[in-house]
Design a protein around this ligand. Structure first.
Ligand SMILES: Nc1ncnc2c1ncn2[C@@H]1O[C@H](COP(=O)(O)OP(=O)(O)OP(=O)(O)O)[C@@H](O)[C@H]1O
Length: 620
């Protein structure tokens, strides 16, 4: 079994990247890294640039000083006189080296400040980007793959500052050396660049091989992080132990790691082979350059002093070319990851919300008209031809077997999904035309799997959006959901952190968490209340109070209730029975209970499965 991306389109795209594309990208990458650096810390960015320019100048001065020193030492005359003439150049050489050393320290200080800031900023931008996508994006494997690649890109963004700096430093030192070398004899420069080309090609190709290997194991990497989450965290810790799953999970982890390692090893081997060939060609090229120096000297085209300068300049330029090639290849690889990041941000993985801008007030009527909905990558429809009207002041219940489409319909009604065909409209306005933030201001949702936010009780209830009434409103909502009893027992009341993993954090039981989730919905001053299995974890007393409260809430709201507890739906004004994505029955509890059909069937299962025949739960 292998966790692969479905389409492989990204790998195909990665494969098609050529050396020329990469060369074109380099300046763009430097520009992008500078723009991000500018955004997070302008002073450090300017400081870095200034340091690099000054370091380049120092490098050139150093080489000029070497040339001066050699020229003075190699002149005729007595040693004392020659030393006297050489000392200003020696002093310049020492001064330039000292300043460069100081600048190096400053550069690494500023880079270490900027790098992490840039990565965090990139991560933050990714988080914002993800919050702007349609919910259906998460059902699309391509989106999840692209988001994963973008996440990797965000993490390596910080590296780009170091790589950018190294690139600038190597370029500055190359430029300084090249100017001096060209001064000695122009032929040396093109020879040196030509000699360095095979190495450059090999390094960049090796970087691309490593990037492609990483893309290939993208699906496996994603599965590793999911497995890690399940193995490390508390969520499934009890089930791993009770189900004696640890050996199985570790084995699956090891197998997945082994596959990634195989890919990495193959890429490393291929990369090393490429580098070896590049190095051999580079060695031959260097021999040609040195031979050229000897030839120039032998044919009196350059003096001994010039030849000495050429030796130093060649070393400097050779070193900087090697640096340029190595860091350039690294930067190209980082750039490919960053491309994933910025490409994802540009189009939010292709799922950026593009809805209308119309406002939304608490709805009077929500109309579902001939709605068909199909999830991405699915062969069948989750809902087909569903039409239904929900009204303010009414509780509508959705019932049906597992997978019949209840949750899907509730998400369409709340505008979380837009229908594939047909229309959901709030007071005549299609949900796709309404500004999503305005629409969701009017939605209070308790989904089946509600979030256990590692936040305080207060934040868990008000979702970080306090009202002018402050804690009084939070306490009221808690009371309505029966969560007040929970809060009373907590050490710090509303300030208690609901996460045991942290100091002074507390853990709640399943039912206590559900009360908090209900308090969230009751706190929200929203015109649509959607409750998906809201009492699955509640004890009978708490459940009774919730349903009692529901009638009050429905007075000025549209209420949609999804439940399997058939006896509870008696409180609903209208019951809609779904089967395989279609509405098969609609009516009041009394009507449906006496009409042959799916509802009666569901009711019979429930009544016979409850010890008291369901009498206690039923409120007719
Ligand atoms: N995110 C999703 N991506 C793909 N298919 C989905 C997704 N969510 C639901 N489905 C499919 O849509 C169909 C309807 O699912 P839905 O969750 O709406 O059913 P339900 O009636 O709420 O089920 P349950 O009673 O088990 O909660 C099912 O076949 C399910 O497999």
């Amino acid at each position: 079994m292998r966790y692969v991306d479905l389409t492989g389109s990204r790998e195909a795209a990665g494969r098609s990247i050529r050396m020329s594309d990469m060369a074109r990208r380099l300046p763009q990458l430097v520009r992008r890294s500078l723009a991000l650096a500018w955004q997070v810390d302008r002073r450090a960015t300017v400081g870095l640039l200034v340091c690099q320019v000054v370091a380049g100048v120092m490098q050139a001065l150093g080489l000029v000083a070497i040339a001066g020193t050699l020229a003075a030492l190699l002149r005729s005359g007595d040693v004392y006189h020659r030393l006297l003439q050489a000392w200003p150049s020696v002093a310049l050489l020492a001064g330039a080296a000292g300043v460069r050393a100081l600048l190096g320290i400053t550069v690494s200080w500023l880079s270490s400040r900027l790098g992490p800031l840039m990565s965090r900023e990139a991560e933050q931008m990714l988080l914002t980007g993800c919050a702007e996508v349609e919910l259906c994006a998460y059902d699309d494997p391509d989106f999840n793959r692209d988001r994963e690649a973008a996440d990797r890109g965000a993490q390596v963004t910080g590296d780009l500052i170091d790589e950018g700096q190294d690139l600038i430093a190597s370029s500055a030192s190359f430029l300084a050396g090249a100017i001096v070398l060209a001064g000695v004899h122009w032929v040396l420069l093109p020879l040196l660049v030509a000699a360095s080309l095979p190495q450059a090609l090999a390094q960049v190709s090796a970087a691309r091989v490593r990037y492609l290997a990483n893309l290939r194991s993208n699906g496996d990497q994603r599965m590793l992080s999911v497995l890690r989450w399940h193995i490390y965290t508390k969520d499934a810790a009890d089930q791993i132990r009770a189900g004696t799953m640890s050996a199985f999970l570790s084995g699956r982890y090891r197998e997945t790691v082994a596959r990634i390692n195989r890919e990495d090893r193959a890429a490393a081997d291929k990369g090393a082979r490429m580098s070896l060939v590049g190095a051999l060609c580079g060695g031959l090229g260097s021999a040609v350059v040195w031979a050229a120096v000897v030839w120039l000297l032998a044919t009196n085209r350059i003096s001994v002093g010039h030849a000495g300068t050429a030796v130093f300049a060649l070393q400097t330029v050779g070193q900087s070319v090697r640096g340029l090639v190595a860091v350039g290849a690294r930067a190209v690889r980082t750039g490919l990851y960053m491309d994933d990041w910025s490409g994802f941000l540009d189009k939010a993985g292709g799922f950026r919300m593009r809805r209308g801008s119309r406002g939304a007030a608490a709805p009077e009527r929500i109309e579902v008209t001939s709605v068909t909905h199909r999830y991405a990558g699915k062969d069948g429809d989750a809902l087909s031809g569903v039409s239904l009207t929900l009204r303010r002041g009414e509780v509508t219940a959705l019932v049906g077997f597992n997978g019949s489409g209840k949750s899907t319909l509730s998400k369409l009604v709340s505008g979380l999904y837009l229908p594939t065909h047909g229309q959901v409209s709030w007071d005549g306005v299609p949900t796709g035309d309404i500004d999503p933030q305005a629409l969701w201001q009017q939605v209070a949702l308790v989904p089946q799997d509600y979030a256990h936010w590692p936040l305080t009780v207060r934040e868990n209830v008000n979702l970080g959006q306090p009202t002018a009434r402050g804690d009084a409103a939070v306490r009221e909502a808690c009371m309505a959901a029966g969560a007040d009893e929970v809060v009373e027992k907590l050490g710090s009341g509303l300030d208690t952190l609901l996460a045991r993993e942290w100091l002074n954090g507390e853990e709640l039981s399943g039912g206590q968490w559900q009360r908090i989730a209900l308090a969230r919905a009751f706190f929200r001053d929203a015109g649509l209340l959607v409750l998906d299995e809201p009492t699955a974890n509640l004890d009978p007393r708490a459940e009774f109070h919730i349903f009692e409260r529901l009638r009050d809430l429905a007075r000025d709201r549209v209420v949609l209730l999804v439940t399997h507890r058939i006896t509870n739906v008696a409180i609903a004004d209208r019951i809609v029975v779904l089967d395989e994505g279609r509405i098969v029955q609609e009516g009041s509890y009394a009507e449906l209970a006496h009409r042959p059909g799916l509802f009666q069937q569901l009711l019979s299962y429930q009544v016979t499965s409850e010890p008291d025949g369901g009498k206690n739960g039923a409120r007719t």
